[in-house]
Design a protein around this ligand. Structure first.
Ligand SMILES: CC(C)(COP(=O)(O)OP(=O)(O)OC[C@H]1O[C@@H](n2cnc3c(N)ncnc32)[C@H](O)[C@@H]1OP(=O)(O)O)[C@@H](O)C(=O)NCCC(=O)NCCS
Length: 154
């Protein structure tokens, strides 16, 4: 198991990973610490060089960020983080998990599609670059459901 839940004490580590994964828009340690102090936010760290922040609100959740340092991409880090987030969300009773992704972000879109996310919306010129964002959703089976799979059929 390379993925662990972390809190505000890991803000600097997460900031270093975020800065490497998103050099155009790094999140500082202070901003990450504030987010990790919120009860609704779950921080996940993959010790190989990946982070994910998940915000849970009742039976919905949103992936705030997911990133892997360039040297460790295509080694399953992103998938491990996403799987852990999906498992934790399902265990908390989340039924719908949302995220936004740039239309031109092929690697991330491939990761999400492989994990069962479907496109449910589009935000025009959402990013500073002018790029549109797609809104994706994964529908989860509640932990108490009898269905054997985590992802629901729709
Ligand atoms: C998107 C990102 C998190 C993926 O992380 P990763 O650790 O490289 O992904 P994984 O190795 O776990 O890949 C899992 C699957 O996603 C898909 N995938 C990931 N990167 C891909 C790429 N460059 N091209 C095509 N498919 C890709 C594949 O289906 C892959 O499975 P496979 O390796 O068995 O083919 C990483 O590229 C990243 O940090 N990008 C910059 C930050 C970013 O854009 N974050 C998302 C914002 S919405």
């Amino acid at each position: 198991m390379t993925v662990q839940r972390v809190g505000p004490a890991h803000a600097a580590v997460l900031a270093a990973i975020h800065g490497a994964a998103f050099p155009q828009e790094p999140w500082g340690a202070g901003a990450l610490q504030v987010q990790l102090e919120m009860h609704s936010v779950i921080g996940l760290l993959d010790e190989r060089g990946g982070l994910l922040l998940l915000r849970v609100t009742a039976d919905e959740a949103e992936i705030l960020t997911i990133g892997v340092v360039p040297a460790m991409r295509r080694h399953g880090v992103g998938r491990a983080l996403l799987d852990e987030a999906l498992d934790r969300a399902a265990a908390l009773g989340v039924r719908a998990l949302y995220l936004e992704v740039g239309v031109c972000n092929g690697p991330a879109r491939a990761l999400y599609e492989a994990a069962g996310f479907l496109e449910v919306g589009r935000r025009r010129r959402y990013y500073a670059s002018g790029e549109d964002a797609l809104v994706l959703r994964a529908t989860l089976a509640a932990a108490s459901d009898a269905a054997p799979t985590r992802l629901a059929s729709n």
